[in-house]
Design a protein around this ligand. Structure first.
Ligand code: NAD
Length: 508
């Protein structure tokens, strides 16, 4: 127990036993939920609860928004950029120090293989540092005008931000939102998904330790449509919602939030084309294509779930995909040997299995995997085999809809034009990849793909300094990169007459 009586974990406590996180972080204090309660967080590798965590209701969101508003209008709003930067750096250092524990918490909550969580979480401090360095670099511009008038713009923070995050990458999503929001000078109410509340409460502990003023960052786990999420979206005291999750949820949020005319950033789904031209270094391309089909057990928006393969190498690629699928070690996420953990929930497992059935019904050829894994040691967990469908047509549902499971769809093509047409024949437009040794083809093809990020001869190369976000139904605005600040800033134009003269409109 901490000094203030909260049941939030102290850093020395191990994270390998049943944990209790019974309070919310609001206004710099650990408080019991007023109209929320406690929920069980399920370990997806066993199907059993591994922690209880507090969740907030409407009154808790009201308290958090009030605290965020007070901080925005108080000390945080008045704090010079370089001092905000210093606080963010202190937080980033603490994050780095505790990254190994955070990775374990993340893996217990969502089942991601620890070897993946470690790499992901182990890099977030760089992102916080990078955004810290932008805190005092938000200058405006002067506007050339007539004599006697001076005009300039200022970039000002939007205000109170509601950050709603998904269960697949809670700490990454929080990082991508908190970094630019705090650098812009906003205050935040972070609402992690009900499936994975714990790692964000751990994050709150670090903000507290770093000495952030009360109310700058508030963490209130909660439910979506019928709970804290919706209340945040409809709240008149919230200036902006930044949301990562499903497109269907985004559409609902947009409607529900429209009365208050707040701003929105949406990071939504993807059905990324990963194009393998016959002239590629196929061994490297296969490393990327298989790795990015099954990473996070298929639960990432960026994965190359549609593998477009030039027909002359199609048979070879299909054979190699199946061979490599058999080599993937599926197991407990905390086991160092495990490549791929379980799906994050029973619901996600059911969804993936139903899409696998659909693929079979649609006439795609199953060449690897396709079943739940229920062997000794993994019983009760939401494990599924790495799965490969060959001879997929781009109009099949398994090629059009986001499955969010470890299911690769191999689609043959002939030539550059067909590759581009297939790549763009999707409602999504988040990421894409292509492999070729022909530099001209690399540029030509990349320039024709309608996606927010195009990787050439690499895949899923993510950095805090590279803008990330979607075209089409994959989202609005960008996270990461200097562009990530824009959605958290407004522009004020100030116009000053240096003469103070103003003509009387009614003099004559
Ligand atoms: P989801 O839309 O079900 O839930 C996301 C969050 O929204 C959760 O916190 C949930 O509680 C909340 N929520 C749900 N309904 C709400 C409502 N009506 N009002 C307010 N909040 C509500 O998404 P998910 O299943 O948690 O996440 C998976 C999705 O996220 C996938 O589609 C994936 O592609 C997408 N994703 C996108 C990115 C990206 O950067 N583009 C990154 C990760 C995940």
């Amino acid at each position: 127990m901490t000094a203030n009586g909260s049941f939030v974990r102290q850093s020395a406590e191990p994270v390998d036993r049943f944990m209790r996180y019974e309070k919310l972080f609001i206004g710099g204090e650990w408080v019991v939920p007023e109209d929320g309660g406690l929920l069980e967080s399920i370990d997806p590798s066993t199907g059993q609860p591994w922690a209880v965590a507090a969740y907030g209701g409407k009154k808790d969101i009201d308290r958090a928004v009030a605290a965020a508003r007070a901080a925005f209008e108080g000390s945080w709003g008045r704090m010079p950029g370089h001092e905000r930067a210093a606080l963010m750096r202190r937080f980033a250092d603490l994050y780095q120090k505790h990254a190994a524990e955070l990775a374990v918490v993340e893996s217990r909550d969502n089942g991601r293989a620890l070897r993946e969580s470690r790499v992901d979480v182990g890099g977030h401090h760089n992102s916080y540092h990078w955004f810290a360095s932008l805190c005092d670099k938000q200058g405006g511009r002067t506007i050339p005008l007539d004599d006697g008038v001076h005009a300039f713009t200022s970039r000002v923070p939007l205000g109170v931000v509601g950050a709603i995050t998904p269960w697949n990458v809670p700490l990454m999503a929080a990082c991508w939102k908190l970094g630019p929001a705090l650098a812009a000078g906003c205050t935040v109410v972070l609402k992690p998904a009900e499936l994975t509340p714990v790692s964000s409460l751990e994050l709150a502990r670090l903000f507290e330790e770093a000495g952030f003023p009360a109310g700058v960052v508030n963490v209130v786990p909660g439910y979506g449509r019928d709970g804290a999420g919706d209340h945040l979206v409809t709240h008149p005291g919230v200036d902006k919602i930044t949301f990562t999750g499903e497109g269907a949820t985004a559409r609902e949020i947009l409607k529900r939030g429209s009365d208050t005319l707040k701003r929105f950033t949406f990071e939504l789904g993807g059905k990324a084309p990963h194009i393998l031209f016959a002239d590629a270094d196929l061994d490297q391309a296969l490393n990327a294509a298989t790795g990015s089909a099954w990473a996070l057990c298929g639960q990432s928006c960026a994965l190359g779930s549609r593998v477009l393969v030039e027909r002359s190498v199609y048979a070879k690629v299909a054979e190699e995909f199946a061979r490599r699928a058999a080599k993937v070690r599926v197991g407990s996420p905390l086991d160092e040997a495990t490549h791929m953990g379980p799906q994050a929930s029973q619901q996600q497992l059911d969804k993936t299995l139903s899409y696998i059935g659909l693929g079979r019904d649609e006439g795609a050829r199953l060449i690897a995997g396709g079943s739940r894994i229920d062997r000794d040691g993994l019983k009760g967990g939401y494990f599924v085999e790495p799965t490969v469908f060959a001879d997929v047509a781009n109009d099949m549902r398994i090629a059009r809809e986001e499955i969010f499971g470890p299911v690769a769809a191999l689609i043959p093509f002939d030539g550059e034009d067909e590759a581009v047409a297939l790549a763009n024949d999707t409602s999504y437009g988040l990421t894409a990849g292509l492999w070729t040794r022909d530099i001209g083809r690399a540029h030509r093809t990349a320039a024709r793909i309608r996606a927010g990020v195009v990787w050439v001869n690499t895949y899923r190369y993510l950095r805090w300094s590279i803008p990330y976000g979607g075209f089409k139904a994959s989202g609005w605005e960008r996270e990461n990169g200097i562009e990530a600040l824009d959605p958290y800033l407004d522009t004020r134009a100030t116009v000053i007459s240096t003469t103070g003269q103003f003509p009387d409109a009614y003099a004559q």
